[in-house]
Design a protein around this ligand. Structure first.
Ligand code: KG4
Length: 376
């Protein structure tokens, strides 16, 4: 079954055709990052306008002259004006082609991305059917979400931990803004950190807080503190560090290249310390989750899952625990239509007028209102 997937929940206009839930036949991603860069973050109105301008071209390119069996679309969570563009486009395409429309949850789709393969450069055998890999734990770390879930079977999600404030990607982006590294900041912080740590193995890092919330705070909403993160204290600690070290500067006589970016060793030390605090927080919560709920596999998705520290440490941890680790190929870590089209294969197909009544749902929660295909 070939499904066209459409994604417009934030700042990427994307469409893809995926066969049988995993084989990516096309995946077109138009990123709006340059449009939002001057503002240091995503501006919803600009995002929405850019989606309107690009959706036709992106969907047309992904579709080519292929025949499809259904259209899938992200209907939440995300920015309302951005989601609406994708949902309306998907309704139009489904209606004009006379095929079913399938609504997909964006966060759940990130957890499907490790199962996507590109037939031109991957061996299908390395990408198993996700249904065979459950029970599993999953972690979505992205610009908008940091959520730890238990998946007793594929398509069933129980949130067991989450961030109480900023998502991991926001923690990277806000630090990059504060330090003058530009937007978005995750990749540049990662590259500087990797180069700095390779050159200074064993160097003592600045002890930034590891984002562990206090037990019993109301923001936990009943979730165990040991499985949640809070990045606001880390952000404040970085701000305080910068304020109390006025001599700290990105440029100076000793500046040099760290992973493609020229900064001073002192700045690279702060940046590496900050990244390691985030990596430490994420990996510590995953270690606790695997101890509390031992599972067959661990599934990692979202833009921040590209982070080399997170990849390296989770690879080590899962090997130690004998848990199979599934991480998305780098090109499927950010927002993309392929993960939407892929997950749609495992989703209920609501047809006809009922599907056309589907609404963009900005605060859709993981596990909300979805049923697995096998249940219908
Ligand atoms: O999944 P995604 O596209 O986010 C949402 O739209 O929700 O991921 C974007 C986020 C940004 O915050 C970006 O800074 C971060 O992913 N990111 C990274 C890396 N590459 C992208 N964060 C840490 N390390 C990276 N290598």
């Amino acid at each position: 079954m070939d499904i066209l997937g459409i994604e417009t929940s934030c700042d990427e206009t994307s469409a893809a055709v995926v066969r049988d839930g995993r084989e990516v036949l096309s995946n077109v991603v138009y990123t709006q990052i340059p449009l939002h860069r001057p503002y240091g973050g995503v501006v919803p109105e600009i995002a929405s306008r850019a989606h309107v301008e690009k959706i036709r071209q992106v969907a047309g390119e992904a579709l080519g002259d292929r025949k499809i069996d259904a259209v899938a679309v992200t209907y939440g969570p995300g920015l309302a004006p951005a989601l609406l563009v994708g949902v309306n486009a998907a309704k139009g395409i489904a209606k004009s082609l006379g095929v079913p429309l399938i609504g997909v949850n964006h966060i759940e789709a990130h957890l499907h991305s490790p199962f996507l393969f590109d037939p031109s450069d991957d061996k299908e055998t390395l990408f198993p059917d996700p249904c065979e890999e459950c029970p599993a734990l999953g972690l979505v770390v992205s610009g908008g979400n940091t959520i730890l879930v238990d998946m007793p079977k594929y398509g069933k999600y129980e949130v067991i931990g989450e961030t109480l404030d900023d998502a991991a990607g926001e923690a990277f982006d806000k630090a990059a803004k504060l330090l003058g590294l530009g937007y978005p900041g995750g990749l540049v912080i990662d590259r500087i950190t990797t180069a700095f740590l390779a050159e200074n193995p064993g160097k003592e890092l600045i002890p930034f807080p590891k984002g562990r919330p206090r037990e019993g705070v109301s923001a936990l909403s009943g979730l165990p503190a040991a499985l949640c993160v809070s990045f606001s204290g880390l952000k404040t600690a970085l701000l305080r560090y910068v304020q109390t070290h006025p001599e700290l500067s990105l440029s100076g006589p000793d500046e040099r290249d760290y992973g493609g970016r020229v900064v001073t060793p002192a700045a690279a030390h702060v940046i590496a310390s900050y990244q390691e605090a985030i990596v430490g927080a994420v990996v510590d919560r995953v270690r606790t989750a695997l101890a509390m709920r031992p599972r067959k596999a661990f599934i990692l998705g979202g833009g921040v899952s590209l982070n080399s520290g997170i990849r390296k440490e989770l690879t080590k941890l899962c090997a130690e625990k004998g848990v199979k680790l599934y991480m998305a190929k780098p090109k499927y870590t950010g927002d993309n239509g392929a993960m939407i089209a892929g997950l749609a294969m495992y989703r209920r197909r609501v047809e006809g007028e009922a599907a056309m009544r589907m609404d963009a749902t900005p605060s859709l929660e993981i596990g909300d209102g979805e049923t697995t295909a096998e249940e219908i």
